[in-house]
Each structure stands twice: as C-alpha cells, then as structure tokens.
Design a protein around this ligand. Structure first.
Ligand code: C2E
Ligand code: MG
Ligand code: MG
Length: 561
C-alpha cells in the first residue's frame, strides 16, 4: 500500500468543517463511514477502517485505490464503477452497490455501499457521504439491543472451540426472570427499552475481552475462556447488580436474572450440546428459585429429561380427556367421635409402565407448564361428581380439593366452578377448597379476592400445610379462611417434642378464638390421635391411622360399613 495516499486536511476544506461531526458519528456506528471532498478528491475515513484494514491515517487522497485490494476480485469492477459515477453525481442521488469485502478474520463477507452527494451554496455537488455496512453483521444482530444474535454466538463459539485442542472455558446463559410479565404489564416498548438498557449495562460490567450476545426473547449469553466457577460467580454477581438498577426505573418493577453455566471440554465439546446444557442449567437456576447461577450437572440433566418425557406423556393423557389421571380419597374424621366427616381428593397419575406416580413428582410439572389448568378442571369435575354421590348417602359429607395458585390465575376458573356445581346440583357447603403452596403467593389481595368469590358461593376455604415453609401465622393474618390444616411435620414428633406439642395446642386455640376450624394431618397412630383429641382439642383428623388415600370404589365401601 502506498502511504503517500495519506495526506493532511487543509484548514478551509469542506472536510475540515464536518470533521468534528464525523468523529462523533463514527463512535456510535458499526458501519464504515467516509466523506469525499469532490473538488480535491480528499476522503475522510472513520477509525474502524484504520482498525480493520491497517490504514495508517484517516485522511486519504484516492480511496478507491486503497479499498480495491480488499475487495473480492470478481467484485472489483462493481466498486470501480460506483466510484467512477461520483465524477458526474448530482446532489441527492444515491449511488448504491453490493460487493464482498475482506473482514478482520481474513474472510470475505457481503457489504452494501451507499454514497450520496450534498450541494454547496451554488447547488453544485460538493461533498459525498458514504456508508459501507456489513450485511452479515445485520443478519447476525439482534434488532432490539444491537448485540450479536444466536447465529453469531453459535459461529463464534465454534471458532473458540476450534481455536486450540486445549480450548477450555465456560458458556453462560443469562435469563431475565419474570421479564414476560414486565413486558405484558408495562408494554412491549417499555420492555424493549429495558432490554436495550440492560444489554448496555451488562456489556459495560463484563471484562473487556468478553462479548455479550442476545439470544431469543429475554436471554443473553457469553462465553469465557480459561475460567473457574468461582470467577463466574463473581461475574454473575456483578450482572445481578445491573438488575438491581433496573428496579429503580419504576418503584414497582422487580426484575432479576438467573444464570446457567456449562464448562468445555468437561461437560461437552460441541456447540449444540454446550448451548443445550447452558439452557438446562439456566432452567435449574430458575427452578431453585431464580436470581442465582446454576452449573450444569448430569444428575440434574437426567432428571430434566425424565421430566420432559413425563410432561409429554401427561400432555397426551390430557388430550385424551385426562385418561391416566385418577383421584384417591383420604378419610377425615371428627376428632371427638371418630366419625367419618369428609375426604380429601388427592391426584394420582399412571406412568406408561402402569406404576402410580405421586403428586409431588408431577404437580410442579403441571404447574410450570400450566397443564394444571385443564387437569384442574378435570379434578373439580370428578370431585364434584363424587361429592354429589356421597352426599346422597351422608348429607353433611365434605370433599376437600387442593387448589394451586396457577388455577386461581385462570380467567374463567370461577365461572367453571360455579357452572360445575350447578350442573351437578351440589350444595357448595359439601365442598372445601384448600390453598396449597401459599409460599408462592406474592399478591394476597388477589388470592383473597378469588377465594372470596368461592366463599360467597358457599364453598369452605382452607389453608393447607400450616407450619410448613411460609404457611405460618403471618399468612393466617393475610388469608381469610374457614379452616387451617396443620402439616404432618408438626405431628410426626409430637409425642417426643414438648415444643411441637405447645405449638399445635396454641395454634388450635388461636384458630378457635377467631372462629376457624382445625384439621390435623399425618396422624399415624393411636397415641398421637388421643393426645390431639384430648389435649389439643383438634376438630378434624386426617392420617394413615384412620385411612390411606383410596380409590373412589374402595372408599365408598366405608359408607356401607
Ligand atoms: P396435601 O394436600 O397436604 O395432602 C396430604 C398429603 O399427605 C397426601 O400426600 C397424603 O397422602 C399424605 N398423608 C396423609 N396422611 C398421612 C400420614 O398419616 N402419614 C404420611 N406420611 N402422609 C400422609 P400426596 O397424596 O402424596 O399429596 C401430596 C401433595 O400433593 C398434597 O399435599 C397436595 O399439596 C398435592 N396435591 C395432591 N393432589 C392434588 C391436586 O389434586 N391438586 C393440587 N393442586 N395439588 C395436589
Ligand atoms: Mg391438601
Ligand atoms: Mg397438607
């Protein structure tokens, strides 16, 4: 390259007049920019030309000659022709062409070049503004954040893995928690702006040699060579701090991030598997409660695959009218007399090998996939049918049904329940709704409003699992219910633990004081039952001592005894 093509700008040249504007512009553009003074042929180049083509200076005499060696030989004529048309260009007319240009990695990629002339005070063409844009970059960019997208991530990670036989590092996916909800609540424009801002913030806090990519929806990714889990945890903590800041845009917005990481070559050494593992690890972080980073493990992966398989099977089962689901009923007895007063409906599912799966294994899956909505309808339809039948034998008999939060969020849930009760002509007093997993409630007003409607209909409301997790005194204050079910955990050890005895006794007293009924779950032996009956003054007892959960047919024999 002949260096005498690089020159100094004259003070009074039109290029000097626009130079500061040009300098500002080039800092915020990915494209190559140039401006040509048509009277002198001098050209001002943006700095990325210097970086990518090793030009020593950004003012040149003959740009076409400089650029041509970097153009794919078959396309050189196109470029020469475009520059040739500048001799007779009219102001406002765009000269456009596409050609292949060498990039920094030594590969040719397609670019588009646009040149437009501006006029001087006499209307004559004076300056030409030119832009060369990499088309491959456009195809690789995420249109909201401007970050490179999933395709680019794939290609760059492949290059990293192939860069050396001992390539070693980690792939990290970052997912924004509840971001969908934020977009839905505050509008997609707000969501896009937040994404853009986060992309900037995360880019700024990442070490300079780490590039951030934007994958689908609200997921970011990056990879780091030669890194240890502890270092990743530090990087992730600083990303969490970015999240804290977005919360301040509006007081009510609470957005956190979860991360999933996998290591190469330890976990896998190909792009597809690594990307899948990072996603699985991210899912793991979310399941563990979000706002944290999780590392890939084969143990979790196997469970995840098992869950996916089960989810598919359950989906099929639902499509066939919840064919492989069935309800068991566990007796509830009056604590004082031992008389059968009701039953709790407990869901079961037949796996493909015919074995019965317990709800703790599949209810979380149904909830996550929202399949709990159709299954929930099926449960209520069946429990109401059964309740109607049993009430005809024993008019005060109560059937309790577990209701998960996700069911309450369904728009038509109330209408469905009301219609179901009316169709079966069931007295709502024969039905109890138990709120399970109240630890997931973040909006008690909403939950109370939903349950209030059912209460108005005449359905009894119960708080399940009292004493477990977060279902505690504070929640009783928040949740208006008729019945409290004390969890098995408090009863298990009651004969040995003075503390548990005192807690149960006082919870019963307190509930009675505010007019709530108390059910004690998990009673497995006579001594426990007697203590609960005589000392604790419990109202209803449920537990293996009085009966295991049984199928409808088996349970029905109890009425005939
Ligand atoms: P839960 O509502 O607290 O139900 C009581 C659980 O304790 C049942 O487990 C029952 O079999 C068990 N249990 C009852 N008495 C005893 C006892 O004396 N000893 C011991 N060791 N266990 C006893 P199951 O059927 O496995 O259900 C577990 C949980 O799954 C339920 O806890 C409930 O949260 C959920 N679940 C069950 N059916 C449904 C349903 O139809 N819908 C929803 N949303 N959740 C359900
Ligand atoms: Mg229950
Ligand atoms: Mg319970």
């Amino acid at each position: 390259m002949s260096t005498n093509l690089f020159i100094e700008l004259g003070d009074d040249s039109p290029l000097s007049r626009i130079k500061s504007y040009f300098d500002a512009l080039q800092n915020s553009a990915d494209e190559y920019l140039f401006a040509t003074d048509l009277s002198t042929g001098q050209v001002l180049l943006s700095k990325n030309f210097l970086r990518d083509f090793d030009f020593p200076d950004n003012v040149v005499e003959d740009f076409a000659t400089l650029l041509t060696p970097f153009v794919w030989h078959d396309d050189r004529e196109i470029v020469e022709d475009a520059f040739g048309r500048l001799d007779s260009v009219n102001p406002g007319i765009e000269i456009f062409c596409e050609f292949r240009l060498l990039n920094r990695n030594g590969e040719y990629g397609w670019v588009s070049m646009r040149m437009t002339a501006s006029a001087d005070e006499y209307g004559q063409p004076e300056l030409v503004a030119g832009v060369i844009a990499r088309m491959d970059l456009k195809l690789k960019a995420d249109y909201i954040t401007g970050l490179l997208n999933r395709n680019a991530f794939h290609i760059d990670l492949m290059k990293e893995l192939n860069s050396s036989p001992d390539a070693h590092g980690a792939v990290i996916f970052i997912g924004l928690d509840n971001f969908q909800l934020i977009s839905e609540t505050y509008g997609y424009e707000f969501g896009d702006n937040a994404l853009r801002q986060l992309a900037q913030d995360i880019t700024n806090i990442l070490p300079p040699d780490i590039r951030l990519y934007k994958l689908d929806n609200d997921m970011f990714a990056f990879f780091v060579a030669d890194v240890y889990p502890e270092e990743l945890e530090i990087i992730f903590s600083s990303i969490q701090l970015c999240m804290r800041e977005i919360r301040n845009i509006e007081d009510t917005i609470f957005c956190t991030a979860s991360g999933g990481a996998t290591f190469y070559p330890e976990d896998a050494d190909d792009v597809i598997t690594l990307m899948r593992y990072a996603e699985v690890a991210l899912e793991f972080a979310r399941q563990k409660g979000k706002d944290q980073i999780a590392f890939f493990s084969t143990e979790y992966y196997d469970r995840w695959r098992y869950d996916i398989g089960m989810q598919n099977l359950m989906q099929n089962s639902i499509a066939r009218g919840c064919e492989d689901f069935f309800l068991c009923y566990q007796p509830q007895v009056d604590a004082k007399t031992g008389r059968l007063v009701g039953a709790e409906a407990l869901l079961r599912w037949y796996d493909k090998d015919g074995s019965v799966v317990a709800p703790m294994q599949f209810i979380p899956l149904l909830e996550r996939s929202r399949m709990i909505i159709p299954v929930g309808h099926w449960i209520i339809e069946n429990a109401v049918t059964t309740a109607k039948k049993w009430c005809q034998i024993q008019p005060d008999f109560e059937v309790s049904v577990n209701i998960s939060l996700y069911q309450l969020e369904e728009q038509m849930f109330y209408e469905f329940v009301k219609d179901c009760i009316e169709r079966h002509e069931l007295n709502p007093r024969n039905l109890v709704f138990e709120l399970t997993e109240s630890n997931k409630v973040y909006d008690w007003d909403f939950v109370n409003k939903q349950f209030h409607q059912f209460h108005e209909l005449g359905i009894k409301i119960a708080m399940d699992d009292f004493g477990m997790g977060y279902a505690n005194l504070a929640f009783i204050k928040n949740f208006r219910c008729n019945q409290v079910k004390i969890d098995r955990a408090f009863v298990e050890d009651i004969l040995n633990s003075e503390y548990d005895r005192e807690v149960v006794k006082h919870v019963v007293m307190m509930c009675h004081a505010v007019g709530m009924e108390v059910v004690i779950e998990g009673v497995e032996d006579e001594a426990t039952y007697i203590y609960l009956r005589d000392v604790c003054d419990a109202d209803i007892i449920q537990g293996f001592y009085f009966g295991y959960p049984e199928t409808e047919d088996v349970f029905e024999k109890r009425f005939k005894q």
